[in-house]
Design a protein around this ligand. Structure first.
Ligand code: T1G
Length: 699
């Protein structure tokens, strides 16, 4: 049969070698599927090949089905068809795994008869993260190798296991050190022939599933009903693995396929795959050539050793980049360094860092009190108090101190990056790097492009974002940039709903039922009510005409109720607990606020809460697109997915808006514009146009 350029066949001694070569990750698309079949047929027909070896070129074994083909008709041969032919092969097949064998890639390896992994390789079935389940035999073969309980753990978490753990589990038959996957595969193929290793197909092995207690599945279903009632595919995964245990292989495989197709049709699959690609798409900034020259970033400075500065310093240390952490006050510096150590030691206690790694990372962070220590840094991130005067002074000092070419970034969340850049003689080297608290945890990084920021500076920081494990999204300059500007509108509506008669707990419940991990007010308690209160007080003292009149949150802050950090805020918290408990004292404060405003509370429906909190976000997002503050809808989707916990199974704010229906949203926005008014309800022209022409906005 004709081979193709994505899969090759060659013989090495008595071994027929099948090599997949489809960069960047050997995704199993139509070309690979066809090529695998052709190469298998060639190998089976090769009289001088006693055994076959499946290996991959490039940096990894097959990393799964080609996600870009989802939602389109599957061109034959389907992956299950290919896998069935491997399973039934008259000649034993060894799979040699390196890099990441994931999803359909691992499923092909499971249909082989022997598996060898290079040390450092990872093996997993991450389909659940895409709203799917392993649809090419994974739910039927994995339990036959590692047992149904461990198979459920792996498939429900979607997390890979190391080569060593795979060996211990029985997922692979050997782990090899050194050399290439091809070399390891040839060694093992030789041993299989010489030592007579078992080459029984996995599909025919039943010892690991025999006698499984049915209670296992009942227990997993109960756990999922409690933890993930809103997700679709995890529950189908339990059904599929149960079929592996209760049905003959062929029937179990048919059941798996039916369940897989149900997941494929689910809107959650569409949402999760949109979220998968969104995270990668935003790294490509429109109008910024991929070959834009970038600057080396070998060392970094951070100005400000507070919560944000410390977290930012950790981001770079975690990536192995030396950091000078500067604070003008020695005691603040000591406190900041101690907080960083506490963070690392807490991670070590959870087993995610060794003590040696803690020391390695601490050694990368050098405390300093003099700006002179930043002179040679390639990048400096300022994370000082949110005051324009303070920041301009810092940037003037950095401008005088740092070597030419140093990139100067501000972590400001509300101030004008162009005004900060204007304090220096190098505005082309200035931009915003807006981290989200806790900076060492949250993946979002808004990269705020100033009017004069050079392309090379933007490209450097976008590449650096990926290097430190962040999802970098390029945004323009406006109050709150993109994420907080949208959050600000949701907050305004959430506050108004409570003033009108809803309770904070009702608003939060509607948002958590939608899929947010925290409601608006629980999140406020986590971030600290005092943060917003101080900014509002600053604007009121400055006589800012835009400043908001004091509200019931300010009243709580004035009572010292800052949120979790003080054990009470919008909710109260038992010592050591983060569980929000409604508090009658807060109800009284809200009632007093209503009386002061002359408001008679009214019943507010959950539907009104949902519409006013979510549609105002969509409307603001559309305005942000109109203004060019975000270049594409996918940028806004990625920002809310990775900065604010927008439920990934809904794809992203604007992806979800299309699924919700723009006509429905626009009609509601226009109604609230009439009934409530205010800038937040002025309908976005772009949103109205998309709705009027039946055009999606997340295009
Ligand atoms: N299909 C298509 N493209 C893929 C892909 C895939 N499975 N995986 C990665 N890419 C692209 C990605 O979009 C990017 O493209 C480039 O490869 C490098 O990826 C039947 C149904 C493998 C750990 O879920 O987890 O099999 O932006 O930037 O950081 O049961 O990619 O360069 O144009 O992420 O080194 C199951 C998903 C599929 C694995 C590498 N498999 N991929 O990470 O590089 S469903 C997955 C990953 C399935 C079967 C079911 C990661 C990676 P571009 P990258 P990386």
């Amino acid at each position: 049969m004709q081979q193709n350029q994505q899969v090759h066949y060659a013989r090495s001694g008595r071994v027929g070698v099948i090599t997949v070569d489809y960069p960047p990750v050997n995704a199993v698309g139509h070309g690979v599927r066809s090529g695998l079949l052709a190469a298998l047929e060639t190998g089976l027909a090769d009289a001088d090949a006693d055994i076959l070896l499946l290996t991959c070129a490039g940096r990894t074994f097959m990393a799964g089905a080609d996600i870009r083909e989802f939602g389109k008709p599957a061109a034959p041969p389907t992956l299950p068809e290919v896998i069935a032919r491997f399973d039934a092969s008259a000649k034993p097949i060894v799979a040699a795994i390196h890099g990441t064998a994931l999803g359909g890639g691992l499923e092909v390896a499971l249909a082989c008869h022997v598996r060898v992994a290079l040390r450092g390789a990872k093996l997993g079935l991450p389909e659940v993260k895409l709203g799917l389940l392993p649809g090419a035999g994974g739910t039927q073969r994995l339990p036959r190798l590692v047992g149904p309980a461990k198979a459920l753990d792996m498939i429900l978490s979607g997390d890979p296991v190391s080569a060593e753990e795979a060996l211990a589990l029985g997922l692979v038959d050997a782990v090899e050190d050194g050399g290439s996957a091809l070399e390891a595969g040839l060694r093992v193929a030789g041993r299989v022939l010489a030592e007579g290793w078992s080459t029984r197909p996995v599909s025919a092995r039943n010892d690991r599933i025999a006698g499984t207690d049915p209670a296992l599945f009942a227990q997993r279903r109960a756990d999922l009903a409690r933890r993930l009632p809103h997700l679709f595919s995890p529950h189908r995964i339990v059904d599929a693995v149960e079929a592996a245990v209760t049905l003959p292989f062929a029937e179990g495989t048919a059941r798996e396929r039916a369940l897989f197709l149900q997941c494929m049709e689910s809107p959650q699959r569409a949402g999760l795959i949109h979220a998968f690609f969104a995270e990668r798409e935003v790294a490509k900034v429109p109008g910024l050539p991929a070959d834009t020259a970038t600057r080396d970033v070998r060392s970094v400075g951070v100005v400000g050793a507070g919560t944000m500065g410390g977290g930012i310093a950790m981001c770079f240390a975690n990536a192995g980049i030396p950091v000078v952490l500067l604070d003008s006050a020695a005691e603040s510096l000591d406190r900041g360094v101690a907080a960083i150590r506490r963070n690392y030691e807490a991670t070590a206690r959870k087993g995610r860092l060794t003590a040696a790694q803690v020391e390695e990372r601490m050694a990368l962070i050098r405390p300093a009190v003099s700006y002179a220590d930043l002179a040679d840094a390639d990048l400096v991130v300022e994370a000082a108090f949110e005051s324009m005067e303070v920041k301009r002074t810092i940037f003037q000092t950095l401008d005088r101190t740092c070597k030419p070419g140093t990139i100067l970034a501000t972590n400001t969340s509300t101030l004008d990056v162009d005004a900060i850049a204007a304090a220096t003689g190098r505005p082309q080297d200035v931009l915003g790097m807006h981290f989200f608290s806790p900076a060492n945890v949250m993946r979002l990084l808004e990269v705020v492009r100033g009017a004069k920021t050079a392309d090379g500076v933007l490209a450097t920081v976008m590449g650096l974002a990926r290097r430190i494990g962040k999802v970098g999204v390029a945004v323009g300059v406006c109050y709150g940039f993109v994420g907080n500007r949208i959050l600000h509108q949701r907050g305004r509506e959430a506050m108004a709903l409570v003033e009108e008669g809803a309770s904070p707990a009702q608003v939060d419940r509607v948002l958590t039922e939608f899929g947010f991990p925290l409601g608006h007010f629980s999140m406020t308690d986590l971030a600290g009510i005092d943060v917003g209160w101080r900014i509002r007080e600053e604007r009121r003292k400055a006589g800012d005409p835009e400043a908001q009149a004091p509200n019931w949150l300010d009243a709580l802050a004035e009572r010292g109720r800052y949120g979790q950090k003080t054990g009470a805020g919008v909710y109260r918290y038992e010592p050591g607990s983060r569980t929000p408990i409604p508090d009658l004292e807060v109800d009284a404060v809200i009632a007093e606020d209503r009386r002061r405003r002359g408001v008679t509370p009214r019943p507010v429906s959950d539907e009104e809460v949902r519409e006013r909190c979510l549609y105002v976000m969509v409307n603001e997002a559309a305005k942000i697109l109109e203004e060019g503050i975000a270049a594409r809808p996918v940028d806004i989707d990625a920002i809310w997915l990775h900065g604010y916990g927008f439920p990934a199974h809904r794809g992203g704010l604007l992806f979800w808006a299309d699924q919700e229906g723009l006509g429905k949203i626009v009609a509601a926005v226009e109604r609230y514009d009439r009934d409530i008014g205010g800038p937040q309800w002025r309908p976005s022209a772009l949103l109205q146009q998309c709705a009027a022409h039946g055009r999606p906005i997340a295009c």
